[in-house]
Design a protein around this ligand. Structure first.
Ligand SMILES: [Zn+2]
Length: 329
């Protein structure tokens, strides 16, 4: 089956983590920064494990030094997503990487990214919304600054607030203040949980942060009562199977719990997370899911509808995307 042309909704990407290695390498050359340690001989990113991945990620980000770089990055990654059939996507934007948590600087970065999104919508037919994201392992104070940046810029483009980084750093309740601030500003909420953390952490995340979606959430499968709770509340999981396999959050595609979670009635979506790091694309994710679980176009259409239902955008945008999901399938 050809999955590349099927229209897709993708909810869980990190803008810096989507940066093609060539893009980062060219910027490093322009800026005379030596990043040779983060690339393998074939030119891809190289890392040993999740902790090292986070370090390589941070090093790659050192050459993304201004709004102009983020404009170019956003155009590059949206063109790539559109090539793989993505028509609606959301991406995590980190105020830490965009101005160091300073609201004035963040506004400039965000304006450049929003302009790139608008230009890509015109040229590539892909719609992007931004989710400002705190990075857990950058500390609680940095998270509060990120939340303040998010709250100050909530609007038609910046529609969500999230939490990424090393999941086991601190407890979910450490970030309640930041999430309350974002909620009061009208932002919709998601947090990475249950990628590395156990079901107890997922419950804590739901209780402390009041999120509508979970990044990953796959370890919920270890607790049937939690799975039932997610299904009952309609908490949507942003599942990134290729990322989970490469980072060894699961042993293999066959062992991935996505199909069981779906069968249990949990709203499931599929995303690439940081695609070049995990040698994946949305087309590859669909192909692997089809090969492993026998899913076809109709399964993916249902999943994309669940994705747009849980998307952090207004109802007019949802209606327009829904119309575009149907015809080509
Ligand atoms: Zn992620």
């Amino acid at each position: 089956m050809n999955f590349r042309s099927q229209p897709k909704v993708e909810l869980h990407t990190h803008i810096e983590g989507m940066a093609p290695p060539d893009f980062i390498r060219d910027l490093a050359r322009e800026k005379r920064v030596n990043l040779s340690a983060i690339f393998d001989p074939d030119g891809g990113y190289v890392f040993r494990d999740f902790a090292h991945f986070l370090s390589v990620y941070d090093q790659a980000c050192t050459v993304l030094t201004g709004p102009e770089e983020f404009y170019r990055l956003t155009r590059a990654v949206l063109a790539e997503s559109a090539f793989h059939g993505v028509i609606y996507t959301e991406t995590f934007l980190s105020p830490d990487f965009c101005g160091g948590g300073d609201v004035v600087a963040w506004r400039d970065y965000l304006a450049a990214i929003a302009q790139a999104a608008s230009d890509a919508e015109r040229d590539d037919g892909i719609v992007l919304r931004g989710i400002a994201t705190a990075v857990r392992h950058h500390g609680r104070d940095a998270c509060r600054k990120a939340a303040r940046c998010a709250a100050e810029t909530a609007g038609p483009f910046l529609t969500g607030f999230g939490l990424a980084g090393a999941e086991l750093d601190g407890r979910p309740a450490d970030f309640t203040y930041s999430f309350d601030m974002a909620r009061e500003a009208g932002l919709q909420l998601t947090a990475h949980a249950g990628e590395w953390g156990d079901p107890g952490r997922i419950r804590e995340t739901l209780d402390a942060l009041g999120v509508a979606r979970l990044g990953h959430g796959i370890r919920a499968i270890e607790d049937p009562a939690l799975v039932a709770l997610l299904a009952e509340r309609g908490i949507t999981l942003e599942v990134c199977p290729g990322s989970n396999v490469v980072l060894r959050a699961v042993d293999s595609w066959d062992d991935h719990p996505i199909a069981k979670l779906r069968e249990a009635g949990v709203p499931i979506t599929v995303s690439t997370d940081d695609p070049p790091f995990f040698h994946t694309t949305m087309t590859a994710e669909y192909e692997n899911l089809s090969r492993t679980f026998g899913w076809g176009h109709d399964d993916f259409l249902a999943m994309n509808k669940a994705g747009i239902a849980a998307a952090f955008c207004d109802s007019d945008t949802k209606d327009a995307i829904l119309k575009r999901l149907e015809p080509a399938t």
